[in-house]
Design a protein around this ligand. Sequence first.
Ligand code: SAJ
Length: 401
Amino acid sequence: MDNKFKNICVIGLGYIGLPTASLLATKGYKVHGVDVTPSVVKTINDGKIHIVEPGLDILVKSAVGSGNLKAGLEPEEADVFIIAVPTPFIGDHEPDLTYVKQAAEAISPYLKPGNVIILESTSPVGTTNQLAAILEKNGHKAGEDIFIAYCPERVLPGQIIVELVQNDRIVGGINDASTKITAEFYNTFVSGSVLETTSKTAEMVKLTENSYRDVNIAFANELSLITDANDINVWDVIRLANRHPRVNILQPGPGVGGHCIAVDPWFIVSQNPELARIIRTAREVNDSKPEWVLSKVRTYASKFKNPVIGCLGLAFKADVDDLRESPSLGIVQKIQQENIGKVIVCEPNLNSHDDFELHSLEETIQKSDVILLLVDHKEFKVLTALMLSEKLVIDTRGAIS
Ligand code: SAJ
């Protein structure tokens, strides 16, 4: 490879770090991946994966097989350091930057002049400057000897491998020199455009993208409550309204899940509590949707002496096995806890679940009085109202034709 970046150290081998590390390894970089969990390190060094994402198994196998990707518990010297660690919230939706700070301390002893340090984790505005401050405190000249930038990950779970290469990237350095050198690095493996800005703007862009989606889903979810109260089919309303050239409403569901859209808008709210009124309300609207679904289940179940409730889907969205922050899982757990009825679960993307025995679609339908469709997995899209004419149906996703 005739570019100045040769060795890459990726901190955090989760949903973003592992695909990124493997992709870079297959592009010819020597990649050292770091994770705090020994079993994750071992799995990857065996050429296997600990998370499910289409195409990732093949990518990791070939990256490890080529000798270009190896994993370890400690960082190593490199030309580029990529930090892709979790940034959850704690308490009253306050961002928790512990893992970013730990990563900064962990790489500090390995940094040399000319190194590029990139933060990809979704972060509150100002985090990249905090990262630079930690490295400064440890004796590095940020922006002069070492270059520091924020480049948010923007990939959609389920399409990570394709979007890692094709998506446009936003690069915001702590100074111009940092922006330029980081953009140069991304241009070596990204086919989309690499757009340059400041670190604070790049941080805000990432939070804006996910908040925009959350607000738009909240609009659809609120609409679903209003139409239901007025005995109007929300899916018809949205389909027909979307035929207007300047209207594009998203789809209602049982709530918003995953580790991104349900989390990131709070970073804006927590930094701007007085100003972020729509963003906060959208979070509240989306977070209250599972309770609305549960009230429907209670009403329908009350029509039977010993109700059996067939729950279709546990994942946070269609065609993935990811249960993190899943409103569907939360709803099914509540039905069970409240003893609203006997629960039968079908989740075609999982082989097993600790709390629930999993059943086939046919068995779930056959044994249930109430059918609660929670996720629009492709396996459920074959269902029609006619097939379920003897059941009471709650279709939170409009998947049943
Ligand atoms: N959802 C709806 N109705 C919709 C669309 C989504 O109820 O019309 C729900 C889904 O069922 C799910 C949640 O929203 O519970 C989030 O799903 P998603 O597919 O909208 O997004 P994620 O969380 O899988 O990925 C998002 C993406 N961000 C945007 O589309 C702006 C992705 O590009 C980001 O990289 C990712 O967050 C992230 O890591 O931040």
